[in-house]
Design a protein around this ligand. Structure first.
Ligand code: SF4
Length: 199
């Protein structure tokens, strides 16, 4: 198992609840993405979940509804969770690397991700999950290593400095484009289920 670190170079530590953090984030305009979207898609789920899922950023459906993972990829994610006996509102908290929709569904740029990550880091601290699943290369590269490749890292447990177990896997949108990724994702989530059940 590799030791990994994600940096927390911000000062949102004075904010002590997800509601307070949401109220601060909803008016954020730290990067240019805010100008082109409908609003901040903060995150949702059980604020005390043992499992946190982190994706890339809102798409068109998420932007319209103000909720993460509600389009086709989100529906697939719900099915994957159901297959391991979990449900997003009961057992997980879901968020993204960036909280505003990048135009044309492109990946967020490094400056956009850097601007937004303090919100996510504080979400992680407040939820305090035991397990984080990184969905896709944007989450992997921004939280773990900018040079990491999801094809190499998926399916292998990492651990944060504070002891959070981290599983990188493919983003559900990648499964919709390439069905050959279904089996590896299924295997990765079986590992997540086994780890989840240890507590
Ligand atoms: S993407 Fe993040 S940093 Fe950029 S404006 Fe939206 S909330 Fe703020």
């Amino acid at each position: 198992m590799n030791k990994v670190v994600y940096e927390n170079d911000h000062d949102l530590s004075v904010i002590n609840s997800l509601t307070e953090l949401y109220n601060a984030a909803k008016d954020c305009a730290r990067c240019g993405l805010r100008a082109g979207c409908s609003g901040v898609v903060f995150g949702e789920g059980n604020p005390e979940a043992r499992l946190m899922l982190i994706g890339e950023g809102p798409g068109a459906d998420e932007d319209r509804l103000g909720r993460p993972f509600v389009g086709k990829a989100g529906q697939l994610l719900d099915k994957i969770l159901a297959a391991i006996g979990l449900e997003r509102f009961a057992h997980a908290y879901i968020a993204n690397v960036v909280k505003c929709r990048p135009p044309g569904n492109r990946a967020p740029g490094p400056n956009e991700a850097d601007s937004c990550l303090p919100w996510l880091y504080r979400q992680i601290e407040l939820v305090s999950p035991r397990i984080i699943v990184l969905l896709g290369s944007t989450a992997l590269q921004n939280l773990i290593d900018p040079d990491a490749r999801i094809t190499v890292m998926r399916g292998k447990w990492l651990v944060s400095k504070s002891g959070i177990m981290i599983m990188p896997t493919y983003h559900p949108a990648a499964l919709l484009r390439d069905t050959s990724k279904k089996r590896p994702v299924w295997e990765d989530f079986q590992q997540v289920r086994d780890e989840y059940l240890k507590v």
